[in-house]
Ligand binder design. Sequence first.
Ligand code: HEM
Length: 404
Amino acid sequence: VDEIPDILSPEFATDPYPVYRAMRERTPLLWHEPMQSWIVSRYEDVERIFKDKEGQFTTDNYDWQIEPVHGKTILQLSGREHAVRRALVAPAFRGRELQETFVPVIERNARELIDTFRETGEVDLVDAFATRFPVNVIADMLGLDKGDHAKFHGWYTTVIAFLGNLSGDPEVAAAGERTRVEFAEYMIPIIRERRNNPGDDLLSSLCAAEVDGVRMSDEDIKAFCSLLLAAGGETTDKAIAAIFANLLAHPEQLAAVQKDRTLIDRAFAETLRYTPPVHMIMRQTAVDVRVTGGTIPAGATVTCLIGSANRDERRYADPDTFDIFREDLNATNAFSAAADHLAFALGRHFCVGALLARAEVQIGVGRLLDAMPDVRLKEGAATVERGVFTRGPESVPVTFTPVR
Ligand code: HEM
């Protein structure tokens, strides 16, 4: 039998999907020595681990994965403590607060960015839009000074580098930890000031939120804002780039979305299935756990391969085909905890920003399509995906006829 390429090999980084397929087929449970982790690749197993109905898993792995750069966040909490924190933060990301307070912020930021290249007829959508839009939206939702957006962007870049530092580069690690300090020095005084002078912004909502007599401390709010940089920035960034890469590679589906903007939801859901921004999420076992292919011992780290589960032929017909009209993907469930694909995870840590991400994509992609009715991939260019834990197109260079 041929060796399956390693998930830390260059071959895997170029195209992980054939490797995932071989793993699902031949090693649905695999011990990975360098990562010191079990790896699980089938939809059914990843879904069960995320849902964790029997309380067999913890997120203690985040203590070493993200705590050095973010501090203690909602992702590390469990049980009642997690439920209360979730209830404190979730209302800002759905319903009226999302529609009335934050949709206008999203609209404004989409317009401002598109104005920088609207007349040019040529742009790299990753550099000029995708990497900026979600971070600008978060900074603006928090009500930070526009003049500080560049600083905020700099922190975003070092945090993302820290989280993706697979080779353990000590300079990248040190820069990440420095950012934790600088971010706190910047945010804590603003949080204190917002407690005294609340406004119509996310920080003020977080300061005022109270559930069962519990409120968040300045440090809790600061850690949550820091998490939003990575959890809401890099993910939505890669999703927007990937939607365009996928649609540009399927011109008849792009034409359908150009004609009927309600199809953006389907294009987003299918993009999250086909090319999820987050490919791997870890958990720790609290007890021995049986999955397809064997038993994971208690106290072990488990890597759940979202990128593989979403292409499991046991779950989706013809999984390697991008098809926004596929019948086995429910675009209504795709943004809720009834989720279809696993790109937002499931269960108690199910992405709290899923509806915000959807609003950003509806507006961002919609306004881009308005500004570029005949958008096409730049002649001779290709979209190349990069990344192992998180993954997305490195650039999406397009040309278009400016709208007069
Ligand atoms: C959780 C993906 C957008 C905030 C998660 C998780 C995933 C995910 C996989 C689960 C992590 C785990 O279980 O260990 C995504 C993707 C997005 C996206 C693919 C975009 C396409 C956003 C946005 C925000 C956000 C826009 C907010 C600004 C969060 C937070 C959590 C989370 C706070 C932690 C929830 C908890 O622990 O209860 N996201 N996310 N995400 N996401 Fe998202």
